[in-house]
Design a protein around this ligand. Sequence first.
Ligand code: SF4
Length: 421
Amino acid sequence: MQQSPSKCMILLYWDKTTWYALGPLVSSLQQHRLPYEIIKGDPITQIHTKLDLGLHVIYGESARITTLSSLKDRLSHINEKISSSKLITVIGGFHASGDPQTILEMGANYVIKGEGEIAFPEFIRTLMNTGFQQKNITSLPGIAFLNDGGELVQTPSRDPINLNDHCPYSDNTNFPLHPPIELMRGCSFRCRFCQVPYVYGNPRFRSIDTITKIVEHYIQHFKPLKKNIDIRFIAPNSLGYMEKKRGQPNYEALTKLLKRLSQYNIRIFFGTFPSEVRPEYITNKTISLFDEVTNRQVSVGFQSGSDRVLYEMRRGHSVADGLQALDLLISQGLTPVFDFLLGVPSETIDEQWQTLTLIRDLGKKARVRLHYFMPLPGTPWENSSPAGLDPEVQSEIGRLAKAKIVMGMFAKQFEIAFKDR
Ligand code: SF4
């Protein structure tokens, strides 16, 4: 006789730095008619409330390096306060995918590696249909857990999803989620500091038709609520949208996308946070694409003022490419917002000065977000130590920040990079 599905509630933790991931995840839970709530703050009471109703509770969260220490506190708090076989904790996201062991040792029961759109509902449905017998989920692909002996077990990876098959938003009136629209997932480059290609692989693109439908939906949703409807995108390299060959922007597809969207009464933000553009993709031809968009600033990954460091990073572009992007953007009346990364392995003090001197020389022509290298799990540099900063370099960074020439989370990243090392 077939078992009737066990009742459960999925509690998803909301964090201001990871909430974009909730849009597609929640959408897939809705599609599978799985019950969920999004929670903020201390989860203990909310977990207790559901357990008191006799429900099984699945607590889920997305982990990034920046949320790691608060996640650790939350998991130990949950495990200390709640001892119930009806509670299962599941963590996903970049950090969990790259370093499941650490997350599991923090007290999570399971990690879902890589993309959650198919994996997470399948995980829940399997539990529900088998009376929450955890042995039934340990053979699902794309998960990690510690066995009875405390050893890490990782099941084989899942195939990448087709973005066109998955809706990225939720209209749920209790907690609507309309994140920036993901144009693409994955990257054709392999920068040694970045998790994107190592978690998501090569790029996959959302089609222009699918993007248009999502934009139309956002317009319908926001029209009664807002005067201006701002459409933003997620893309590791916006000008790499629909590229057929690495390094060659697909001008026709980009033009078609932006022309299509510019018919609507919306403000289009393309190549701005949370997206970025690689410098060598800004060419005499692609620069004109910014005529179709609202933003007058463009985020560009310049990363270093040293060609040797760019080579070590496997960036695949030079300092000259960054300077050419600067000239082209300025010639078009656009302001570059350059990302620079200091402290990568083997970087010398001289090379750090090359970057800082370049930043100072940029003056008011560009805005600069300065970052400090954090070894991210799953990347080729996960076990590498950041290059230290000499006191003079640190003083110069302080002066640049005071003069508002650089902005960003440099100090916080510096602290995280050396934590537990
Ligand atoms: S830094 Fe950008 S270009 Fe490099 S691998 Fe990551 S997403 Fe791709």
